[in-house]
Each structure stands twice: as structure tokens, then as C-alpha cells.
Design a protein around this ligand. Sequence first.
Ligand SMILES: Cc1cc2nc3c(=O)[nH]c(=O)nc-3n(C[C@H](O)[C@H](O)[C@H](O)COP(=O)(O)OP(=O)(O)OC[C@H]3O[C@@H](n4cnc5c(N)ncnc54)[C@H](O)[C@@H]3O)c2cc1C
Length: 462
Amino acid sequence: MDKRFPIEDQIEMLGSMIRGSVIAPHHPDYDAVRMVALAQFDRRPAAIVRVANAADIAAVLNFAQATDLPVAIRSGGHSTSGFSCADGALVIDVRDLNRIDIDVEARTAWAGAGMTAGEVTNAVEQHGLIVGFGDSATVGIAGLTLGGGIGYLVRKHGLTIDSLLAVEIVTASGDILIADETEHADLFWALRGGGGNFGVVTRFKYRLHPLPSFTGGPLVLPPTPEVVAGFAALADAAPNELSTIAMIMPIPPVPTVPVEAHGKLAFIAMMAYAGDPAAAQQVLAPFRALATPLADMIGTAPYSSLYMLDPPPGIRPMVAIRSRFTERFGIEEARALVAAAQNCTAPMSMSQIRVLGGAHTDVAPDATAFGHRRSRFMVSFLAMYGGGPEVIDAQERWVSESLASVVPGTAGTYVNFLGAGDANDGIAAAYPAATLQRLRQVKHRYDPENLFRHNTNVSPAV
Ligand SMILES: Cc1cc2nc3c(=O)[nH]c(=O)nc-3n(C[C@H](O)[C@H](O)[C@H](O)COP(=O)(O)OP(=O)(O)OC[C@H]3O[C@@H](n4cnc5c(N)ncnc54)[C@H](O)[C@@H]3O)c2cc1C
């Protein structure tokens, strides 16, 4: 780059060096393209580069290092810590890397890092195959996979990273590598939980699982401590075919629930049974018997029908979120969860419990950079709201205090559910000490200058 030119002109010139496009502040699409899923993150980058291939990414990384511009990486734009975009940065936007190649016979797929969970699910589901992501269709596979990926198949097939076979990545030096169990195995280990610290991923290779039949949907129960604790105990003892994500939340205005119940708190349990439909009914029966359901919408359905908790299109809420892993979830914890849910002032909130175990726990804690394998439960609080800074503070406080009331102390946390304020302090909770130490060594090997630092940052080992 010719440093005699102002940086704005150099950025424009970058556009002529790549196949993708450079969207700088004067571009008519700038505001639309810099927008991310969570409304509280309103950042103004120096430019967003919509890359078309790995060579583009290498060129942008080279440019960023020559100009000292900071780099941010964006895929689905759902970072809860606000890392999808950054003031003054060059944002490497991978959304156009959205090609998927499915090998039905081998049951594998290479999916572009710009795809969303919903897009990949829809593509593989047509072949009776599945790979588990999270509870939201619009979340990007890239951010989700690199942090671990906890969803509706966690007990049957583990985390998303447990179905990850290989990753194509462009490193800080511009090298385009394939990392898997044999090639760059240290990098592959780090990419399974270590986030966007090691380079820009262009595509992921997943193992796909057969899913001949699926039974799932919401079971809506009264939000009492007894129901919540009873639910957790049943889900913990259930066969691995059943995974659940359950939360106390206000009932959305859906026609299947009586109008008078809309907006009132309920315990909404998303049930996901990946197996024989008759066996599903047997496994689900004790959950239905916990109390008279307010609604029971469980049925045989495509797996993708579970993606129903996303905000309606066009709605961009502010979101406060935090989580903790725990070994224990009994009646005391259930009481605290119910009390916290009743205390929330946000128009929409989720006081959530994910029962882990199963295939998630079968993987050794040091086998991947996601180290919280022995945890049986994950408790999370999420508030969706609108308003100014005083509202942000109040909701952040509700989330933190609620979490501490259910899981006191300093338990481990899920890196993908860190909030804006704690992304860097939270790193010690996100990774066990030995995992973090190993991540730092891999970081030193692949990104010694910490070019990729706009993330839950792993500092390179000295
Ligand atoms: C509504 C909602 C629901 C959610 N539900 C779940 C859930 O059920 N289960 C779960 O596990 N998580 C869930 N999450 C958390 C989600 O996994 C993380 O927020 C994730 O980081 C989002 O990924 P993204 O690609 O959409 O976000 P982005 O903001 O685009 O990316 C987040 C970060 O990931 C890294 N990154 C992204 N793309 C790349 C790339 N190509 N190469 C290298 N690094 C990259 C970067 O550091 C980037 O800052 C949810 C989040 C939200 C907002």
C-alpha cells in the first residue's frame, strides 16, 4: 500500500485488489451492512469488506497489517459480546461464503462460514441428515461452531464441534490451511471452542447424522419451582435421544395458547427427541404429567421446526445475556430461577436451563478447547429490551444478579454467552486454566502479533 495516500483512499484501492467488495462510510449500503443482530452494538467501522474467497481474506489481512488497521470478523452478526463489528476497524464479512457441498453417501458437508444455522439445517434436512447447532436459525454457524455450539442434539450428538471434521482457515500470515485431526491438529483442537482467535475460517466440514424421524416442539407448563426442578431431574435421567432447552418466559401471542395467557410467565420447554416416534411418546409422558400443560405442541415434525424462538424479522432487540455451568439443579435452584424470572422488568426475558450430559459428557475435557464437559446443566438469563443506557444497566444487573442467585460463586461460563462488559474478564471462566494455557501456545504459533484480538481474546504465550 502506498502510505502517501490518505487511509480512506487506500481502503478504496483495496477494492480493486479483491473479488469481493469494500463498503466504506460513504457507500449507500454502509448502514445496512454494518448493522448487527443486537441493537445495542452500533459500531462504525472504517470499512466492511465482503470477501468472496480465501484469497480475498489473505489480501485484507495483508492490507490491515500494512496499514495498522484493526480487524474484526463477522459472520451471522449475533455476537453477544459485540464482536461482530468495531469502530474504526476493517470488518472481514464472510456472509458471501455461503456455498454448501453435501456428500450424502459419506454423510459429510463442507459449509461456507457465512451460512446461518437455519440455512445449513434446511439444506441437509432434505437428505434425512442433520448436524446440531443452537436454538436460533439466524445465528451464524461460524461464531457458534468456534465457541462450541450447544443445541437441540447436545445429548444425542454432543456439541456442534463434536461433529466437526475439518476447517479451512486463513491465518494471520495469509496461509490457507486445512486443519483436522491429523493436519495442524493443534490448531484444530483450538478451533473447537477457542473462538475467532486463530484466523478467518472460510468453511467447516461437518459429519452429518441420519435423522429418519424427529419428535419435538414446545411443552408449556406452569412456572412453579416444583415443575422446574421435576423437569430438570427427568431431563437429566432421560435417554440421550432427548435434548431440551427450557425456560421461564412470557408466553408469546401464539394462537395455540389461550389469549388470556399471552404475556404471562410460563415454563416453556422445547423438547427434541431424535429417534423412534413411539419411544418418544414414552419418554415424553412423565414430562407431560409434571402438571396440566397450558399447551402441548410436541409432534413429529422436521427438526427445523424447532427454530421458533427468533425475534420476528425486522425486530432488533437489545440483549443482556450470561450463563453458568453447574453440577446441581434441584428445588433450591428452581426456586431461585422462578423468583428471578418474576423480578425481570424487560418485556421479553428467558430464565433458562439446558440439561447437558449424554454425548456432550462423553468427550474428554481436554479433547477440545471447550473444557466444560463434566457439567450437567447450563443456566442462562437473557433479557430483550429497548431504551437508553439506564435500561441497559438495569437489565445487565438483572442478568448478573439472577445468575448469581441460582449458581453462586465462580462457575465456568459458556464463551458464546458472554456479555459486552465481561468478554475479556470472562475468559478465565470460559476456559479452565490448562485449556487457556494451551490455547495461548497455539495462539503464539498461528497469531503471535495478536492480529485477531477483537474477540474473547487469548493472548499469545510469550
Ligand atoms: C438470539 C441468539 C440465540 C443464540 N442461541 C445459541 C444456542 O442455542 N447455542 C449456542 O451455542 N449459541 C447460541 N448463541 C450464541 C452464538 O453462538 C454466538 O453469539 C455466536 O458467536 C454467534 O455467531 P455469529 O457468526 O452469528 O456471530 P458473529 O458476530 O458474526 O461472530 C461472532 C464472533 O465469532 C468469530 N467469527 C465469526 N466468523 C468467523 C470466521 N469466519 N472465522 C473466524 N472467526 C469468526 C469472531 O470472533 C466474531 O466476532 C445465540 C446467540 C443469540 C444472539
